[in-house]
Design a protein around this ligand. Sequence first.
Ligand code: TIU
Length: 223
Amino acid sequence: MAMIEAVPFPFHFDFDHVALVCIDMQKDFILPGGFADSLGNHIENVAPCIPVIQKLQEGFRKCALPVIHTKECHKPDLSDLPVAKRNRGNPKIKIGDHGPMGRILIDGEDGSDFIHELAPVFGELVISKPGKDTFYRTEFLDYLTTRKISNLIITGVTTEVCVQTTMRCANDRGFDCILIEDGTDSYFPEYKEITLKMLTSQGGIVGWTCKSEPILKALAEGI
Ligand code: TIU
């Protein structure tokens, strides 16, 4: 059992019941010409977490522990895309339209794929999700319960949208979640800051946060 110094108090996990969750590290959210860029977001603000998630993935893989990747995307016929979501924000290009990296947020298109630094390796679970909550219309819960995974180490973008939503939904389903402070980013640094505070307030009402360093140390030491 590893004991990790965390906010608001130490977090425990063991190798038999833990998974790394990497949320939506997709070109559409991170690279120039992607969906987020088309909405006018400061995509440079979500770059710092990339090398951190890379190190965590390496650490988990060395220990033969599960690494789970999610991507927010829709079917090519848009049958899983609510009209309200497509029209939200009145962007220049909408979900399903053709952009510089193929159709925006459509499964199988280049833009919806993972950035090359964080590409899944053979055997890792890749979840295509139509919403912000990773449990919504996906195999996530089945995968976790089948493998008796109870502790989730959470990373990805953006902190206050898909990351926070997934962590809250995991908390409601009984999972103990810790969000990696340097392994998540937002286009809005102040939203990241406040989300970390919200999740851990009231004695960890949703879960824990910590830096990547103690997790990497626990993995390197084999707990
Ligand atoms: N992955 C994720 O957070 N999806 C979003 O739509 N995020 C935004 O911040 N827009």
